[in-house]
Design a protein around this ligand. Structure first.
Ligand code: ATP
Ligand code: MG
Length: 561
């Protein structure tokens, strides 16, 4: 079976099984050769890196096969859902670079149709109102090895069920007093087919439908029919829904639905050093272990964005991990690789001194400012250049100087030379100390004939260090982030909770001196601070008055070293 050519299917893309299934369906002319997918989040939290995998798959397949992908809020649990989540989910999908087909959809938009179909099933003798208490229902359900028992309410007449269901809808029963169940098979080896609940009574205000309904359909009763209403051809979900598929099919087989979608399951993304349960992420936010859902340490899409990760890096990562049916744990260093790879290619370079030590160039005039020019990126001429003012007083990093040094120290040593990056070679001539013996200043001399070239006399200068002008630099706040969890699997320990593995060093804030070209940095601008790491100006807190940069990631993988 040959794959459909399209703008985004390069030869390198693996022919994963979903891609193969869709290609085969398209080639066989199924659904008139059309592909319609959907991404169906429940608006009960922010999207995380796992959702990115599902988004890339659903939108990616539609794009690749010339089809469409819907964004549908799976909003059947009003108590846990809200508008903030609805907004953030749309922002995240767009930021990843995808556009859904038409308007945003809501499962709640189909409540009337779902209700009418429930009435249809009742009329067909395939659904009934059940008054068992939750405990009784559990006792009737049986186990994996034991068949369940029929509910005493199972044989109610269609007329009686219709009356009771109407009264459920009209609010004549208390919350939880009864439910509507599909009449399938209490002896089925698949527990999902043992007369599953279709509707429960809940007097909850719904963010879309207000107080119009006091009964709400279950996920299982809602999902497939919503797919059918929207003409979804391939309903792609994660493996935990595999056991629900017979129920998904049962509803579609027993209802007069306008289309026949098919469900396909793939393995969800699990990442080490990362928690991706929405409930746990919410707990981190609610208990203020992080500053919010978009805290740069969070594995949410909004958090990754704020940290400085690009949408391209996330999409590349999702392509790298592939799509399979076997559960595994992806090493977070793969994500970090994708992030670094993208930033290395695209982030402008800049110099920022974290731990400033004053340097006075004794043979450079105090009133002089020499504007040096440096490329923003060593391989990307298209990114242009920046001006670096060179002045008598400079800052270098304290760690880049030693009075006496081991042989392998390749930076500035008293009495020796080093190159200031993008500028001149300097020699450290003298050290000035305070009363405590701490170095407070270096007296250096520069060689004016070394800008962009080696010393004329053939002297070899090995070390290159970064610097900024002390009189023409900007103060910046740096938020240095590390992984949020110290354990590979923060959820594995039986005697502890994931909260016990929060990395106490996951955030430290320092103040530093950056080159003056950063003065008017707009929010969400990414840089490589040379020799230090990748940084992104904070989306919310970076202003001309206080430049705030988040460390996206270090230059090299140094975790635990
Ligand atoms: P919950 O339903 O418990 O709130 P969820 O993570 O399943 O959490 P949904 O909003 O229902 O969240 O997920 C929307 C879609 O994203 C679903 O199709 C789901 O299968 C998929 N998805 C969720 N988590 C992952 C993951 N870790 N990897 C891949 N896909 C995921
Ligand atoms: Mg879900």
């Amino acid at each position: 079976m040959s794959q459909q050519p399209s703008k985004s299917s390069e030869a390198t893309k693996p022919a994963h099984f979903i891609r193969q299934i869709i290609a085969a369906d398209v080639a066989a002319g199924l659904h008139d050769g059309k592909v319609q997918t959907r991404f169906p989040p429940e608006p009960n939290g922010y999207l995380h890196i796992g959702h990115a995998k599902s988004i890339c798959l659903n939108f990616g397949m539609a794009e690749e096969f010339g089809g469409l992908c819907n964004l549908r809020f799976d909003d059947t649990n009003p108590e846990k859902e809200n508008d903030e989540y609805i907004r953030s989910i749309q922002d995240d999908v767009r930021w990843l670079g995808f556009q859904w087909s038409g308007e945003v959809r809501h499962a709640s938009g189909y409540f009337q149709q779902l209700y009418d179909w429930a009435v249809y099933l009742i009329e067909q003798g395939k659904a009934y109102v059940c008054h068992l208490t939750p405990e009784e229902a559990r006792a009737h359900r049986g186990t994996l090895t034991e068949a369940g028992k029929n509910s005493p309410y199972r044989e109610r007449s269609a007329a009686e069920n219709l009356d009771l269901f109407t009264r459920m809808k009209n609010g004549e029963f208390a919350d939880g007093e009864c439910v509507l169940r599909a009449k399938i098979d209490m002896a089925s080896p698949n527990m999902n087919l043992r007369d599953p609940i279709m509707y429960r009574i809940r007097r909850a205000h719904h963010h879309q439908t207000g107080d119009a309904w006091c009964i709400y359909p279950t996920y299982d009763y809602t999902h497939g029919q919503s797919d059918a209403i929207e003409g979804i051809t391939h309903s792609i979900c994660t493996l935990e829904f595999e056991d629900h598929k017979p129920l998904y099919d049962w509803y579609l087989d027993n209802l007069p639905v306008p289309a026949r979608p098919r469900q396909y399951e793939f393995a969800r993304l699990n990442l080490n050093y990362t928690v991706t349960s929405k409930r746990k992420l919410k707990q981190l936010v609610d208990e203020k272990h992080v500053s919010g859902w978009d805290d740069p340490r969070m594995p949410t899409i909004a958090g990754l964005r704020r940290r400085g990760v690009t949408p391209q890096a996330l999409r590349q990562f999702c392509e790298m991990i592939g799509v399979t049916r076997s559960d595994g744990i992806v090493d977070v260093s793969m994500l970090e690789f994708a992030i670094r790879d993208d930033l290395d290619k695209n982030a402008a370079r800049a110099m920022c001194v974290f731990n400033p030590l004053k340097v006075v160039i004794t043979n450079f005039d105090a009133t002089r400012v020499e504007q040096l020019t440096a490329p923003k990126h060593p391989q990307r001429e298209d990114l242009g250049t920046r001006e670096l003012p060179f002045t008598r007083e400079l800052f270098i990093d304290r760690n880049d100087f030693r009075e006496v040094a081991e042989k392998d120290f390749k930076r500035l040593v008293l009495g020796q030379e080093a190159r200031l990056r993008n500028a001149y070679v300097i020699r450290a001539d003298e050290v000035i100390k305070d009363a405590n013996g701490e170095i407070i200043e270096l007296r250096c001399s520069y060689d004016p004939d070394t800008h962009g070239k080696n010393p004329a006399d053939g002297r070899k200068v090995k070390g290159v260090i970064h610097w900024v002008s002390a009189t023409q630099c900007v103060d910046v706040e740096l938020r240095l982030y590390e992984r949020l969890f110290t354990a590979e699997n923060p959820e594995a320990d039986k005697d502890k909770t994931f909260l016990d593995f929060i990395n106490p060093q996951s955030l430290s804030v320092i103040h530093a001196k950056a080159e003056s070209s950063l003065k008017n940095t707009a929010p969400e601008t990414r840089f490589q601070f040379e020799r230090e790491g990748y940084f992104c100006s904070d989306r919310y807190d970076c202003t001309p008055n206080l430049l705030v940069f988040n460390r996206t990631i270090g230059l090299k993988d140094s975790f635990g070293k």
